[in-house]
Write a protein that binds this ligand. Sequence first.
Ligand code: PLP
Length: 375
Amino acid sequence: MKIFFNQPYFAGEEIQNIINGGLTGHLSGNGIFTKKCHEFFEKKYGFKKALLTTSCTDALEMAAILSDIKPGDEVIIPSFTFVSTANAFVLRGAKIVFADSSENIPNIDIEKVEDLITENTKAIVVVHYAGVACDMDKVMDLAKKHNLFVIEDSAHAIDSYYKNKPLGSIGNLGAFSFHETKNIISGEGGMLTVNDERFIERAEIIWEKGTNRAAFFRGEIKKYDWIDVGSSFLPSDIIAAILFGQISKLKDIQKKRLGVWNNYHKKLKPLEEKGLLQLPYIPSYATNNGHMFYIVTKNLTERNNLLKYLKKNNIYAVFHYLLLHSSKYYKDKHDGRELPNAEHFSDCIIRLPFYNVLKEEQIDYIVKKINKFYN
Ligand SMILES: *Cc1c(COP(=O)(O)O)cnc(C)c1O
C-alpha cells in the first residue's frame, strides 16, 4: 500500500457545476460561478473585494502591481517560503530583503523586521505558514509607523484567523491559492483579496487586461477601453465552478482536515515529549485550519534519513522550502546576512501525507513507522 503525499478531493458538486455553467453559454472568466465565489468569500470573511485568479502566483503579481513596486524599491519577505512570494515582486524590479523565521515557528520573525527597513522599503509580505497566523498586530503597527504596504501571502490560510480576524483580511492585500495541495482546490487557482479601498477599482482593471471591461459588463459605462497596465489574471468560469463545489462543502472539508491533523498530533505527541522531534506550535492568537501536518527533526541528516526510511515503507512525505536567499537565482543578490531559523526549518521540516480522506489506519501506519525509525 502506497500512501501518497496528496490526493485531490472532490466534494461532490464540481462536475455538475461545470455542466450547469456550460449550459449558461458562458465559460470564460467572470461568469456566474466566479460571481458566486466572490460573493461567498466577501460575505464570509469580510474582504472588501475578492477576485479569483488563475493562481496565488498571479494574485501576488497583482498585489505587486497594485502596491506600485518600482525598480529599486525594497520588499521584505521571509526566506522560508515558496518562490512565488518573492518572484511576483522581483518581476516589478524590486530588491528583496529576506527576513528570518521565528525560532519556534516558520513564520517571519517580526521582532527583527524593523532593522531591515530603509527609506526604500515599500512593502512587507508575510506568509501564514501552515495556515497559522503571523502576529498581525505587530506587522500592522510596524507598517503604519514606516508607511509600508502589507501583503498577506495566505496561500495556506483559507478559513484561518488571527484574533478572530480572517487571514487575508488584515493587510492591504491578500493572496490565496486553490492549487490541488491546498485546503479547497480547483486544480490551479487563486484569489486576490483587497482590503484597502484605494485599490478596489484598479484591482479589477488590472485583472481584466488593463481594461474597464468588468464595469462595462455591469452596465456602468457605455464602452470599455484600455486604461491601465494589466494582464489576463481571471480564471475560466470552469475553474470557478469547481471551486464553488468545494466552498459549498467547506465546513465538511475543514472538519475532515482537522480530524487528520488532530489524529497525527495526538499520536506523535509522545515522541515530542521524549524530545525526539518537534510538532507544530500554534500561538494563542492563531487558529489551526488543518492545512498541513509537519514535524521538525533535530538536523538535516536525521531528516533525510527519516524521509528515505518512510519512502522505503511506501510513505511519500516531503520537505520544503529551499531557502530563497541562498537560491541559485538570488544568492549573489542577497546581502549576506545569515538566517539561522529559516535554515533550521528548511533543513529539518518533514511534511507528512495529508489529505481530506487520509484514513486513521494510514495515520497509524505512518506513526508506527516513525516510531520504529526513532527506536
Ligand atoms: C502554494 C503557494 C503559493 C503559490 O500558489 P499557486 O496557486 O500555486 O500559484 C504561494 N505561496 C505559498 C506560501 C504557497 O504555499
